[in-house]
Ligand binder design. Structure first.
Ligand SMILES: [Zn+2]
Length: 444
């Protein structure tokens, strides 16, 4: 999990020099293979009901404790971890996703993008999106990591109208019904914010700033829910994945003691053990952590994400060879999961297996570029195999993704000078360079 970067920094002195040059992002995405897989299980029936492609629309977690969910492009839904920790059931989480999916399916985002060119107030934002797209090499992937941090221009830009909110609630409830998910989840989500509609914006949760709430909206949702009725039995699978997503996320974001006190509240044995492993690991009780994760693996031996977690514990405790082996097992079980591959690459790199590290990280990048931690490792792998041009390129792309265009430009310029002119990589560096120069012009 990217969240654990500070800890990882401290535990791999070999890479320390490299990483020290890179200030940590104040805010970014929390990338975790297990959590994203669980979110995908919960989102798939909802996205399908909305007519969206579950493989195209990713559900990504923002490293932010406040309550918010938002969309900035048609191919990703962002959820603050604080909101997920606050939800009580799978239908509540699915309701949040359904509402955001409705903003996409109803064209609210496309409309904003169309207006973007003329919107001078959102100039900075437009640049961030353009650069993310350029860095991706393919137009539509502008899921900007930089967008988690909201400037006031961004906040204005992403604020939905009341008409859009009403439409998104209604469509969202329709998707839930079609997917066999209890629509009551939508009313339950809104009830978290009940009473806040009368507060000034600065005292509201950010969710209310992006999705304005009114008494009318409450009443309308309650009306829809009553009209659609309960769909009956809760989905066993959804309940499991909700417990696992929230259980793992809270184990990483709450105090370990808090987690350990509540371990028995989880009805699933493997989730209990997973949470225990994370809490023990965060207290540097490695033996206990490994015992718990091994017991979880004994329950679900072919679950790639438990092996991935085991690899992370071993890597962060400097057992590099064992970490590479554990991640290797995870990759066997999930060969096309970018985040699992990224962990494997990191472990191989720590174990000085540079060539295989580079191969794993390159594959991860091809599947999903939106992982700053993977890009950092890949640049190290390139640098350590003497490919300084590629190292500069990947560093430029990483800065571009986080909206740091000036730094991106510096590294892109260097990459352009080092890479064979006209090659695909040279072109990628040119794209970042051009985007950075455009941003500079705008600043002047
Ligand atoms: Zn909304």
């Amino acid at each position: 999990m990217v969240f654990h970067l500070v800890f990882r920094l401290a535990s791999i002195p070999a890479l320390l020099l490299w990483l020290m040059a890179v200030p940590l992002q104040a805010q970014g995405l929390l990338r975790d293979a297990d959590i994203e897989y669980g979110l995908k299980q919960l989102a798939t029936p909802i996205l399908s009901a909305a007519g969206l492609s579950p493989s195209r629309v990713k559900i990504l977690v923002v490293n932010n404790a406040s309550l918010n969910a938002f969309v900035v492009s048609n191919d990703a839904i962002f959820l603050h971890y604080g909101l997920i920790n606050k939800l009580q059931s799978a239908p509540m989480l699915q309701a949040v996703i359904a509402h955001e999916a409705a903003h996409i399916a109803n064209g609210h985002i496309t409309r904003r993008m169309t207006n973007l060119a003329s919107a001078r107030t959102a100039a900075g934002l437009g640049t961030a999106l353009a650069v993310a797209a350029a860095a991706a090499g393919a137009g539509s992937a502008a899921g900007g990591i930089a967008l988690g941090t909201q400037s006031s221009a961004q906040a204005r830009f992403f604020k939905h109208t009341r008409a859009e909110e009403a439409a998104a609630d209604q469509s969202g409830i329709r998707y839930m019904k079609a997917a066999g998910v209890d629509p009551q989840g939508m009313a339950d989500v809104l009830s978290i914010f009940r009473g806040q509609e009368v507060l000034s914006e600065s005292r509201q949760d950010p969710y209310l700033r992006s999705h304005p709430l009114s008494r009318d909206r409450f009443r309308a949702v309650e009306g829809f829910v009553a009209a659609y009725g309960n769909t009956g039995a809760p989905h066993a699978d959804a309940a499991y994945w909700f417990a696992r997503v929230k259980g793992k996320l809270s184990a990483y974001t709450r105090a370990p003691k808090w987690t350990l006190r509540r371990v028995n509240e989880t009805p699933y044995a493997d989730v209990r053990l997973l949470r225990e492993a994370i809490a023990e690991h965060r207290q540097s009780r490695t033996k206990q952590a490994l015992r718990a994760i091994d017991a979880a693996i004994a329950q679900r031996p072919s679950d790639p994400f438990l092996h991935d977690q085991r690899g992370q514990i071993l890597l962060e405790t400097r057992n590099f060879a064992a970490a590479a082996a554990a991640y290797g097992r995870a990759v066997q079980l999930a060969p096309n999961d970018a985040l699992v591959l990224s962990g494997y690459g990191r472990a191989l790199l720590a174990n000085d297996d540079i060539k295989r590290a580079r191969q794993a990280l390159e594959k991860a990048r091809t599947i999903d570029f939106r992982d700053g931690s993977m890009l950092r490792d890949l640049s190290v792998a390139y640098a350590r195999s003497g490919q300084t041009g590629m190292a500069a390129l990947v560093t430029a792309e990483r800065y571009a993704l986080t909206g740091r265009l000036e730094d991106a430009g510096i590294h892109a310029k260097r990459a352009v000078g080092l890479l064979p002119e006209g090659s695909g990589s040279w072109q990628r560096a040119q794209d970042v360079l051009i985007a950075s120069e455009r941003a500079e012009k705008r600043r002047r």
